[in-house]
Design a protein around this ligand. Structure first.
Ligand SMILES: Cc1cc2nc3c(=O)[nH]c(=O)nc-3n(C[C@H](O)[C@H](O)[C@H](O)COP(=O)(O)OP(=O)(O)OC[C@H]3O[C@@H](n4cnc5c(N)ncnc54)[C@H](O)[C@@H]3O)c2cc1C
Ligand code: FES
Length: 279
């Protein structure tokens, strides 16, 4: 069992947990993820390592279905059955020059680790954080501390630029020489935003979030198409060249189990109401 040292609600449906997992914390690199199981009968879900310190890792997640709701319901001091990782290939960190990191919604969770690693490699790092509104904006202070410049966009204009992170990225690449870009967020946001850098041929990475099961390259559930070739996001990624990804196929595959996912959440909520159980 792995202890949840701290569990904090960041907004309506976004939670932050610190999990005591020395083997993950000591080996984690920017861009990697873990696979978590809340209890021994639970499903395995992939979540990004948002930060590592001493013997613990931070995970920031949105409650969207059964397992993320169950995870959010575990209080500080509670525990989970497994945390496997670090998994996946680390971000391609090297000296590029000027790098822009665009985080959208809960995708912002991944940005501090990558920003820190890029700074450490001698890059100028510009952060762009986008959220539905100011209440959903996370890690702003942390990113402001790491980045040379930080820009904010909200869909409703409640903070920063009124509009999308893509608008800010467009302006940045018009005004300065940008050498590499990371875009991490919902799939549709990554698809649209990476269009901004395509024309200029700027190296752009996205972190893909297909459905995953084992996380070790054996089940094929995370299959994606990149540059016309089949890739497994869990072992070949999750970061890929944004301009080579078949986003439409990814979005189609993400919807495969929607009916079952809805049913599982409804059953979990019903069980929780009748039995008072959390998992
Ligand atoms: C490498 C990787 C890293 C990830 N890191 C994070 C993270 O740091 N924080 C975070 O909140 N989420 C992250 N995700 C997404 C997270 O794994 C899913 O939200 C989670 O599996 C949902 O489980 P559930 O049982 O709560 O919901 P489900 O019942 O499985 O799904 C509920 C709803 O969420 C959608 N959904 C399910 N899986 C995904 C997915 N992989 N991506 C997008 N939508 C999905 C479904 O279409 C459905 O509408 C990551 C995914 C991958 C592949
Ligand atoms: S999650 Fe099974 S092959 Fe990637």
């Amino acid at each position: 069992m792995y202890q949840i040292e701290q569990s904090v609600k960041l907004s309506d449906n976004v939670h932050e947990i610190w999990v005591h997992a020395p083997h993950v914390a000591r080996n984690a690199k920017a861009g990697q993820f873990v696979i978590v199981r809340t209890d021994e009968n639970g499903e395995r879900i992939p979540l990004t390592i948002s930060r590592a310190r001493d013997d613990s890792v931070r995970i920031i997640f949105m409650t969207v279905g059964k397992t993320t709701h169950a995870l959010a319901a575990i209080p500080s001091g509670g525990s989970i059955a497994d945390i496997a990782g670090p998994l996946g290939q680390p971000s391609e960190i090297k000296q590029y020059g000027t790098c822009v990191l665009v985080g959208g919604g809960v995708g912002i969770a991944s940005t501090p680790c990558i920003a820190k690693a890029l700074k450490g490699a001698g890059n100028k790092v510009i952060g762009v954080l986008g959220a539905r509104n100011a209440d959903y904006l996370i890690l702003e202070d942390e990113m402001a501390e790491i980045c040379d410049e930080l820009h904010i966009a909200t869909d409703d204009g409640s903070k920063g630029h009124h509009g999308f992170a893509a608008d800010i990225l467009k302006k940045l690449i018009q005004e300065q020489n940008v050498h590499a870009v990371w875009i991490i967020g919902p799939t549709i946001m990554m698809k649209v935003t990476s269009g901004v850098t395509r024309e200029k041929g700027i190296k752009t990475f996205v972190s893909l979030n297909p459905i995953m099961v084992d996380g070790t390259g054996m089940c094929a559930s995370c299959r994606c198409v990149v540059a016309g070739k089949t890739k497994f996001a869990c072992v070949d990624g999750p970061e890929f060249d944004a301009h080579q990804v078949d986003f439409d196929m990814l979005m189609q595959r993400q919807r495969y189990y929607m009916d079952q996912e809805k049913e599982a959440l409804a059953r979990w909520q019903e069980h929780r109401c009748t039995c008072g159980g959390d998992r």
